[in-house]
Design a protein around this ligand. Structure first.
Ligand code: ATP
Length: 980
């Protein structure tokens, strides 16, 4: 526990703004060479840290601007003393300011932080230095941390203190009328500049100062506030000046200007009124004032009503669920990226992301004329509470960046000299979630780490040749049809054919072999008709195909439109639109395709997308890689909750752990009355979830858990029943618990992708399959057998009626390496020990069963469902010998599933068919599942009703969802039509 507490307090997730926004070089320089001071490190340590930059020959901008010492300017002692005194006073005032009012991680010791955690944090601070920071001192931040924001509270305190002093000076003259040459000078400046509005200046200065001191980390928000206030001040001065009759210094004297809108009022009001009359000027400046206030309060126009309700609730103390009043305001604790913008929203779907398309729907398409890549919100620097992972039955919850001193839970690192991973904390009572106190700064990887692809071609000579060939075929066979156009995708082009008045559509479909012959391609796919169009589509592979790079997909507006951490870049559709999907909305996906079709590449893109967009405290992963080669590159990333699992047996056990984790989450949801983990997290973040009386538990948000299995067949070979049962249980319930499965297989046969798995994994992605039968297993329809490999896929997200053809996004190994290097350099993984512990515990229970668990489960299921306790039936159905069947029967008897032997008669079956799940759970030794799911488990309701879209409630793939919009692939997917 103490180690857990010592781990981390909060992470500042910073999304770099890309090269175009500048500062990139400075940032990366500092990442590699300039360990920045952690919060709390004194100026001295900052100065000491700076020389470490010496390798590059110049210090990063942030360090240079922040630390005079780094500029090498020798200061005399009086200057240093004055500066030290000023900063000391400023920091004392700043600290006092932060100590007043609600606290949140990042601006001081969190509530409840104990000495141990503080001490632990200091240990961590001392240990954590970035790679390459050979000279880094204790107390320096991990490399890459807030270069521009080194000790933001120190700087902000200095500025804030100055503003406070200024406010006092202005108030002394403007409010209390202190006379004298100094006072007159102040009045001349204040009233001369702002006119009568200068009276409000002290209030404004105090407000800005307090804000800077209380939220030093919100550099960006402070910038926004400054812009908004500028609008307000200028507009108010202009309005006052108009109201006072537009005095001018030349005609009416400077005193008249001072008594009106000041120089600002004069400069902004006079030209507008002269040019456009005051009937235009007054509404203009009223609007500008209003606009400025919206900027200051970060209120989009459509959120004004919700904000007003929020203000009302705050004033009246009214706690309205889902209303703005309870939501974090500008001055409330910062909310993690992806969960912002929830103020004032009524709950509909997943709270906190209402209005976010990727959350509202499982799949969505952006219109073709959607703005291009590079637009949309760019996640900014922010501080977020670190990912404390809740535990199961006392499961230790540990988060990234923890530093311990024991060997347990060590993170295997492929890099020589990589920092030693921390020890896992001691187990805690069920549901306990240790808080992470202190500051850890985490930067999301820069987008520029992912390369840009070539611009998309809308037409090429190859397309013209195909049009000629198609026309030739129609002429040759006397079919009245013509090519009316085409849309070129990266891999295939869809040619649109319109048939003549009396021509049967079948005439075209029957020509498919001739068309394939004419265009010299075996992979011709005919859509008759193209959904939503009176035209036939003929998809023909491009002889000059293009690679879709992941970087472009993630930079597209479709991806930027949402900040959801589980949004991934899928690729491009057949019209060249970018496709992104929200894994949380899938909520589980089956990825299948023949060897070499592109599954692993897809999984790489998926994991890289998550690494690019999500902090370890937002998303944690369990990676299962029985092939042992595909995912090893991710070993040691802080998003991992357990080392990459390569043994199929262990993988089956890990799935079992996921079930337990899900159960633990559900217990919390039930206990605190929330239906979805997002609701729970939002409530935790605003302090609405309080530990039960007498409990010392510290409640923290749950991260999403992404479980990736890169070869389901290997798991199904070792423990089919167990794996199937775990998958079934996870997929049925896990959505509301924030747990999502990605199952990949190159053997989409019915023994691997069983009916049970299919029924519960609603989203499917089929790469080229080797047979039509495989396509049917994956998609419930043919089509995948005609795909051309190398990332060409049919994507059928949950709720979609028809699959969309996409070319999967491609990310090179070197890009992945860069991203992985970036995340690993910042935090070390902290593994959940209970994954292994649960497995060990189970082994003991199963000792007398030995390797027969799976057979025993099948036997129990057979006997209970048929209510017929016959050994020879077991022999027949399970294809086992007499001795084995007899042994199974004995085991079943020992577990009171069947009665004792009655000679040649069948044994009594003691368990009713309805109680089968409990009986199977008993055999597995899983006591947490000993309840009747259908009747007693409060969790069932939660799952289905989290947002009303549990897998069972949804139309499955192939099923037709109501309101199906052709362009709206069920909601998990966005397609952006800006073609690049
Ligand atoms: N999206 C893509 N864009 C371009 N090329 C791709 C894409 N996906 C896969 N490829 C090409 O296909 C090759 C095989 O892909 P990948 O390894 O992902 O297949 P796989 O289905 O995982 O095969 P296996 O099951 O054997 O691991 C890659 O090495 C690459 O050359």
């Amino acid at each position: 526990m103490s180690v857990g507490l010592a781990t981390v307090g909060c992470i500042m997730a910073t999304r770099s703004t890309g090269g175009s926004r500048g500062g990139r070089s400075g940032r990366s320089t500092s990442r590699r060479h300039a360990p920045q001071p952690r919060k709390g490190a004194g100026a001295g340590s900052r100065a000491r840290g700076a020389p470490a930059q010496g390798k590059t020959g110049k210090a990063p901008a942030a360090a240079r601007s922040d630390d005079p010492g780094s500029r090498g300017i020798a200061r005399s002692w009086p200057v240093r003393a004055a500066r030290g005194t000023w900063m000391g006073m400023a920091h004392a005032v700043g600290g006092a300011t932060r100590a007043v009012g609600p606290r949140y991680p990042g601006t001081g010791p969190a509530e409840g932080e104990d000495d141990v955690s503080k001490a632990g944090r200091n240990v961590k601070d001392a240990k954590e230095t970035g790679p390459g920071s050979g000279t880094a001192k204790a107390g320096t931040a991990p490399a890459g941390a807030t270069p521009a924001g080194a000790a933001p509270d120190h700087r902000a305190d200095g500025v804030g203190f100055f503003l406070l002093a200024l406010a006092v000076v202005v108030a002394a003259r403007e409010w209390w009328g202190i006379d004298g040459p100094f006072g007159d000078g102040v009045h001349a400046v204040v009233a001369g500049t702002l006119g009568v509005a200068g009276v409000a200046l002290p209030v404004l200065l105090v407000w800005i100062a307090l804000r800077m001191m209380r939220h030093p980390e919100r550099a960006q928000a402070n910038g926004r506030v400054t812009i908004g206030l500028t609008f307000v001040v200028v507009s108010v001065c202009a309005l006052v000046h108009i109201g006072e009759g537009l005095p001018s210094p030349a005609d009416d004297g400077f005193a008249a200007v001072q008594n009106a809108g000041g120089v600002i009022g004069f400069l902004f009001a006079t030209p507008v009124v002269t040019g456009l009359t005051q009937w235009f000027a007054i509404p203009l400046y009223v609007l500008a004032t209003f606009f400025g206030l919206l900027i200051v309060t970060a209120t989009p126009v459509h959120r004004i009503p919700a904000r007003l309700i929020g203000v009302y609730d705050r004033l009246t103390g009214n706690h309205r669920p889902g209303a703005g009043g309870d939501e974090p305001g500008d001055d409330a604790p910062p909310v993690p990226r992806g969960e912002r913008g929830e103020r004032g929203r009524k709950r509909k779907g997943v709270k906190g992301y209402v209005g976010d398309e990727a959350f509202e729907k499982a799949a969505f398409r952006a219109p073709a004329d959607d703005a291009g890549a590079g637009r949309g919100p760019r996640p900014a620097t922010q501080r977020i509470p670190t990912g404390e992972i809740p535990d199961e039955k006392g499961v230790t919850a540990v988060g990234p960046g923890a530093v311990g001193d024991g060997p347990a839970g060590t993170a295997p690192s492929r890099k020589a000299g990589a920092p030693k991973p921390p020890a896992a904390p001691a187990p805690m009572p069920r549901g306990e979630q240790p808080m992470f106190d202190g500051d850890t700064v985490y930067l999301l990887p820069e987008e520029s780490l992912l390369v840009e692809g070539p611009p998309h071609k809308k037409r090429s000579a190859a397309n013209d040749r195909v049009v000629e060939s198609l026309t030739g075929v129609f002429e040759q066979f006397g079919v009245d049809a013509q090519v009316t156009g085409f849309t070129r995708g990266p891999t295939v082009t869809r040619y649109e054919i319109e048939v003549g008045h009396k021509t049967k559509v079948e005439r075209i479909t029957s020509l498919s072999n001739n068309i394939a012959y004419a265009v010299a391609s075996a992979d011709v796919r005919i859509l008759a008709p193209i959904p939503g169009k009176s035209a036939i589509g003929i998809e023909i592979p491009n002889s000059d195909r293009e690679t879709v790079v992941l970087g472009d997909v993630l930079r597209s507006s479709a991806a930027r439109r949402t900040e959801h951490p589980m949004v991934m870049g899928v690729g491009k559709d057949v019209e060249g639109g970018y496709v992104v999907a929200n894994l949380a909305k899938m909520p589980h996906i089956l990825v299948a395709g023949a060897t070499g079709a592109g599954k692993s590449s897809f999984i790489n893109s998926m994991i890289t997308s998550v690494l690019m967009r999500a902090t370890p405290e937002q998303v944690r992963m369990v990676l299962v890689d029985p092939k042992r080669v595909e995912l090893t590159i991710y070993e040691g990333i802080p998003h991992l909750i357990t080392p990459i699992i390569t043994s199929p047996k262990k993988a089956a056990e890990a799935l079992d752990w996921v079930v337990r984790e899900m159960d633990a989450r559900y217990d919390d949801l039930a206990e605190f009355g929330y239906k979805h983990v997002d609701d729970f997290n939002a409530a935790v973040r605003v302090g609405k979830v309080k530990p039960l009386p007498g409990s010392e538990r510290k409640i923290a948000p749950y991260p999403y858990l992404l479980v990736v299995v890169d070869e389901l067949a290997d798991l199904m070979m070792v423990a089919p029943r167990d794996v199937e049962a775990s998958i079934q249980r996870i997929t049925q319930l896990a959505r509301a618990a924030g747990i999502h499965l990605v199952l990949a297989t190159q053997r989409p046969s019915v023994d691997v992708v069983t009916g049970l798995i299919k029924a519960n994994v609603p989203s499917r992605l089929a790469f080229a399959t080797s047979s039509l039968a495989d396509s049917r297993v994956v998609l419930d329809q043919p089509g995948a057998e005609k795909l051309i490999g190398q990332g060409d896929a049919l994507f059928l997200p949950m709720g979609a009626a028809k699959p969309m053809r996409v070319q999967g996004a491609w990310v090179t190994e070197s890009e992945v390496e860069l991203v992985v290097e970036h995340v690993k350099a910042q935090l070390k993984p902290v593994y959940r020990e209970d994954v292994a512990v649960a497995a060990a515990a189970r082994k003991q229970i199963d000792e007398d069963i030995g390797d027969d668990l799976d057979l025993l489960l099948q036997a129990a299921e057979l006997i209970v469902t048929t209510q017929f306790g016959s050994t020879s039936m077991l022999q027949r159905k399970l294809r086992v010998g007499f001795a084995k069947a007899g042994r199974l029967m004995d085991l079943l008897e020992s577990r009171e599933i069947v009665g004792p032997s009655e000679g040649s008669k069948a044994r009594d079956v003691l368990v009713a068919a309805d109680d089968l799940p409990s009986a199977l759970a008993l055999i597995r030794g899983d006591t947490t599942r000993l309840y009747d799911q259908d009747e007693d488990d409060p969790r069932e309701g939660g799952a289905g009703s989290g947002d009303g879209t549990g897998p069972q409630a949804e139309p499955g793939p192939g099923g037709v969802a109501e309101d199906e919009d052709e362009d709206d692939f069920g909601g998990a997917v966005t397609v952006e039509r800006d073609i690049r």
